[in-house]
Design a protein around this ligand. Structure first.
Ligand code: ADP
Ligand code: MG
Length: 474
């Protein structure tokens, strides 16, 4: 239900304005740093006759964008839709969860196909073969979480076709695209390299089929020595499309071309992809990148500051305290970490002084709330069991002793409050309890919170522990 609503909603948005293309233009016009730090946070809610309704996560970001980039943002939008002359912002502090983002993506792919101008696309697979020279092996900082991926990528350079394909996976912002770029940069010195996102790859596939240019397309890809495909989870084409892809893929492997793929999950977890394709993906080397530890985060931050210093010829005004604050608070991804640093740097450039700790909190507010997204039912169960001193087996058992019922209800209540999981999903995570049990637990705890102050305080403290992870800080 929610999915189909989202899809309709997205279709509606896309009819009048292609937000994905607009975002690409923002990136080109403002540069990656500004885009990643600020503009990427904008989400299109509604297209009206002469204005757009756009959501941003915090007031600060809205003010920052309006005071510095608004005119140019409108200029870019006007180049897509002349009648738009105004933007209205809505502050939307609730984080968008990632499964929703997935749906949004999948829902919009086909709509894009129908809407985009064919001429523009015709030769664009060449145009999109952009390798970013700033993402190389030299400035990739290695730590325990990414060293396997790093070593495997380096091996590709030394000994082409040893692992084929190499499949790198991790959550967002962990350095997959960086490594893919680094491989491309090195190999393109003496090989034909094709670097493309899976989304674009599929897009051109569909286009070439529709415009009878399949042969040209196949030749183009089959001529490459090295095919680097980013974000393969977005490959979700129809049967015929997958068929073609499988053949192109197999031909390349058979003739000894190197393929490197990245994704946000391991091959067997890819949805809507044929089994035999998944098994070909697993046929080489599959390596994951894990969350960076505090040490790696701090190394990366130091490196970035050095890069900025070299680039600008002067020191960047950021105190040790703020650096520590950034690396201890922004844990979920390296992209967020770099984005946070860029924001602080743009602040200190504009005001010619480093922000204080409390200013930094405001500047980074939306990123600091990020771990709310990471709360899982499992985290909640662990925290609640610990606090009530019962075991997880007891919590998940069917026993109805009073000393087990309360913690169980509390965990169910917190799962409802702190995650976006549906009632049946929550029930499933508590040994397949029915959704009516979930509702009953939530209501009971809501009532008890009013009546029982001790329990109320206990739940507040649990909530803080779960959301801000104060106890398990790395
Ligand atoms: P992913 O593709 O996994 O989503 P990216 O490769 O785009 O992540 O990385 C996000 C940002 O973090 C990029 O700016 C990238 O250069 C930087 N980054 C990631 N890992 C490292 C690392 N180990 N050392 C230096 N920079 C990194
Ligand atoms: Mg990437």
């Amino acid at each position: 239900m929610k999915n189909s609503l989202n899809q309709n909603f997205n279709q509606k948005k896309q009819e009048t304005l292609n937000w994905d293309l607009l975002k690409e233009d923002f990136k080109t016009k403002f540069g990656k740093d500004i885009y990643e730090s600020w503009l990427k946070k904008m989400d299109l809610i509604e297209v009206n006759s002469d204005n757009l309704l756009i959501s941003v996560p915090t007031r600060f970001i809205r003010d920052w964008i309006t005071s510095r980039y608004l005119d140019s943002v409108i200029e870019v939008i006007k180049s897509h839709n002349k009648s738009i002359s105004r933007i209205e912002f809505k502050i939307n502090s609730s984080p968008v969860n990632s499964s929703y983002k997935d749906d949004q993506f999948n829902g919009s792919t086909e709509v894009n196909d129908l809407n985009t101008n064919v001429k523009f696309i015709k030769d664009s697979f060449i145009q999109y073969n952009r390798i970013d020279p700033n993402k190389n092996f030299e400035n990739f900082v290695v730590g325990p979480s990414n060293s396997l991926a790093f070593e495997a990528s380096k091996k590709i350079i030394d000994n082409i076709s040893n692992y084929n394909p190499l499949y790198l996976y991790s959550g967002v912002g962990m350095g997959k695209t960086h490594l893919l770029n680094a491989i491309g940069l090195k190999l393109k010195l003496d090989k034909k390299v094709m670097f493309i996102s899976a989304e674009r790859f599929m897009y051109h596939f569909v286009k070439s089929i529709k415009s009878n240019e399949m042969i040209k397309f196949k030749d183009y890809f089959r001529n490459t020595d090295v095919l680097l495909i980013d974000d393969i989870q977005f490959m979700n084409g129809k049967e015929a499309l997958q068929e073609e892809f499988f053949h192109t893929f197999s031909t390349l492997i058979d003739k000894g071309s190197q393929i490197v793929l990245t994704a946000d999950r391991p091959p067997n977890k890819l949805s809507r992809i044929q089994e035999r394709i998944k098994s070909r993906f697993s046929g080489g080397l599959v390596v994951d990148i894990q969350s960076p530890d505090l040490n790696l985060r701090s190394e990366i931050l130091k490196n970035k500051l050095l890069e900025l210093k070299t680039f600008n010829g002067s020191d960047v005004l950021i105190s040790e305290e703020i650096q520590n604050f950034i690396c201890s608070e922004i844990k979920s991804s390296i992209r967020e970490l770099v984005g946070a640093l860029n924001r602080i740097v743009s602040f200190s450039r504009i005001y010619n002084r480093a922000p204080s700790l409390s200013e930094s909190r405001i500047i980074l507010k939306d990123l600091l709330n990020m771990h709310e997204n990471n709360v899982t039912i499992d985290n909640i169960q662990t925290a609640v069991c610990k606090s009530f001193k019962i075991s997880k087996n007891e919590m998940l058992s069917s026993r109805r002793s009073r000393y087990l019922v309360r913690p169980r209800q509390t965990a169910i209540y917190l799962a409802k409050m702190l995650t976006s999981k549906s009632l049946p999903e929550i029930g499933r995570n508590f040994s397949n309890r029915d959704h009516t049990t979930v509702i009953h637990s939530v209501k009971t705890i809501e009532r008890l919170r009013k009546e029982d102050n001790e329990l109320n305080l206990k739940i507040d403290s649990l909530k803080n522990k779960i959301l801000y992870n104060k106890e398990n800080e790395i």
